[in-house]
Design a protein around this ligand. Structure first.
Ligand SMILES: [Zn+2]
Ligand SMILES: [Zn+2]
Length: 145
């Protein structure tokens, strides 16, 4: 499981949080998303394993994992937040609105933009995980544009 590489128990302990079976289940449920997963998806997976866990417990645990840097979030722009197990390499996502295909791109692709914003506006961008929507190559080819 990819999240085992995170030594998440040690991270929780170090921050003064208990390692509980519920938290383990919730982190497993994020992991099972194999990439991006929504709060609703995580909740549904957790409930399959333990029906006593409520939605607010899942929500609070996800926020704790995000605060501790174990889980990444990305705003999809449609009011939904994606959760994902933190990966060792910074990256962004390209999501095709037509076919739903997702690809990852390296952080360097956005660096030119954030460097420009820093230079021109004196603003240091902290957003390091973006979901960009559009149309993939295959769909553009199919559409002939
Ligand atoms: Zn991601
Ligand atoms: Zn597509």
């Amino acid at each position: 499981m990819p999240h085992q590489e995170l030594r998440w128990e040690a991270v929780l302990w170090a921050a003064g949080h208990r390692v509980t079976r519920q938290r383990a289940l919730i982190l497993d449920a994020v992991c099972a998303g194999q990439g991006h997963t929504s709060l609703g998806d995580v909740y549904a997976r957790v409930r399959r394993a333990d029906r006593s866990i409520d939605r607010s417990t899942v929500y609070r645990a996800l926020h704790l994992f995000v605060d501790l840097g174990l889980v990444l979030t990305a705003d999809t722009g449609g009011g939904e937040t994606y959760y994902e197990i933190k990966k060792p390499h910074p990256h962004h996502h390209l999501v095709c609105r037509r076919c739903g295909d997702e690809q990852e791109i390296g952080a360097a692709a956005m660096r030119a933009v954030t460097d420009h914003v820093s230079r021109e506006h004196g603003f240091q961008v902290a957003t390091d995980h973006l979901v960009l929507f559009g149309r993939c190559r295959a769909c553009r080819d199919a559409d002939g544009v």
